[in-house]
Design a protein around this ligand. Structure first.
Ligand SMILES: Nc1ncnc2c1ncn2[C@@H]1O[C@H](COP(=O)(O)OP(=O)(O)OP(=O)(O)O)[C@@H](O)[C@H]1O
Ligand SMILES: N[C@@H](CCO)C(=O)O
Length: 322
């Protein structure tokens, strides 16, 4: 479930009254998502997504995230625009919480992506990187290498081994990976969490990239590695799908060919991507009591993917035509 705040009809009408979007017709809570409260809003002018920011988001970061949506959509990326209030604000405050109205984009998140879909997601990611290069705001990656170590240390060896006996070893792997982390790969705005559930598709076409709340300025190849690690394995994690991984890289390079240094770095970047999700999932696991409404995500899924990238090296990224 992801409606943490009960907004009554009158409060909802007052909130929507701040915008020039016509009369409110309906507001339905959206079940998907875990971080924020989301509603599908219908007004006389169409559909919108209302997001109320519940946790993990610094108010000071909101202008970066919300202006970025406008910047990318103005550059023809499939990204929802932020709807501004009649006064021109990108978000409003309701009982101490920030809320924003976002353009609704049609589409469905793929659960078993095809190679053609992966190819198009790679292309959309590359176009986003190119468009992000002249975005004037910047935000550091708060989930970079030091954060993996910090999060795993916060879990503690005891906490990690309670989740799985193989997890404490990840602390050493995180320290070693952080030491080898490439410092100077080409940067732009990156999404840094482009999992299938953050992409909307109509058939083979990417109709929307959503949930930019981890976006930041960092290495573009790292974002490709995150996306590769998130898309190229089947749900049971027993199989890497080279057709998906290859199509993703090929689709990316159709718009933005990788430099040699980026290509060489991909295996390490992918291991770093895995560590980022191992660490955040492990911490969430410990902080979320069993039986809570929010589903805990398994950190071991990314331990297995990390092992795959460490063993397979550059071969994991060989483009294979679709
Ligand atoms: N602009 C949009 N257009 C259409 N649907 C959207 C849009 N933004 C969000 N949604 C829908 O709302 C759902 C929840 O959104 P989102 O994934 O951003 O939730 P969250 O709680 O903020 O994120 P997360 O669970 O990844 O932390 C999505 O799965 C999607 O179905
Ligand atoms: N997409 C992430 C959650 C957001 O950090 C995961 O699957 O762990």
């Amino acid at each position: 479930m992801a409606v943490y705040t009960d907004l009554g009809a009158a409060a909802m009408e007052r909130l929507l009254g701040e915008y020039d979007v016509g009369a409110l017709r309906s507001a339905k809570g959206i079940a998907e998502g875990v971080s924020n409260s989301n509603w599908l809003i219908e007004t006389a002018q169409g559909r919108f997504i209302l997001t109320m920011y519940e946790r993990r988001i610094e108010l000071g970061d909101l202008p970066y995230f919300l202006d970025l949506l406008d910047h990318l959509s103005a550059h023809d990326c499939p990204v929802p625009r932020t709807i501004h209030t009649k006064r021109g604000d990108s978000f409003v405050m309701v009982d101490g919480k920030a809320a924003a109205l976002i353009e609704y984009l049609p589409g469905i998140s793929p659960d078993r992506p095809s190679a053609e879909q992966a190819h198009n997601v790679g292309g959309a990611l590359a176009r986003m990187h190119l468009a992000g290069r002249d975005f004037e705001k910047t935000r550091p990656n708060t989930l970079g290498p030091q954060s993996w170590i910090d999060m795993l240390e916060e879990c503690g060896v005891g906490g990690l081994s309670e989740i799985d006996p193989a997890l404490p070893k990840m602390l050493t792997v995180a320290r070693q990976t952080a030491e080898r982390w490439p410092p100077d790969l080409p940067q732009s705005v990156i999404h840094s969490d482009l999992f299938p559930d953050n992409v909307l598709m109509l058939g083979e076409r990417v109709s929307g990239m959503i949930d930019f709340y981890f976006a930041c300025n960092d290495a573009m190849a790292y974002d490709l590695a995150v996306t590769h690690a998130a898309w190229s394995f089947d749900a049971s994690d027993t199989a890497f799908d080279p057709a998906i991984g290859g199509a993703l890289v090929e689709g990316y390079e159709a718009h933005r060919p990788l430099a040699n240094a980026e290509r060489k770095a991909l295996p390490l970047l992918a291991q770093g991507a895995c560590l980022r999700f191992i660490a955040s999932r492990a911490l969430d696991w410990i902080e979320t009591p069993p039986g809570a409404l929010v589903m805990r995500k398994d950190p071991m899924q990314f331990v297995r993917r990390l092992k795959f990238y460490a063993e397979r090296g550059e071969k994991a990224f060989t483009p294979s035509p679709i």
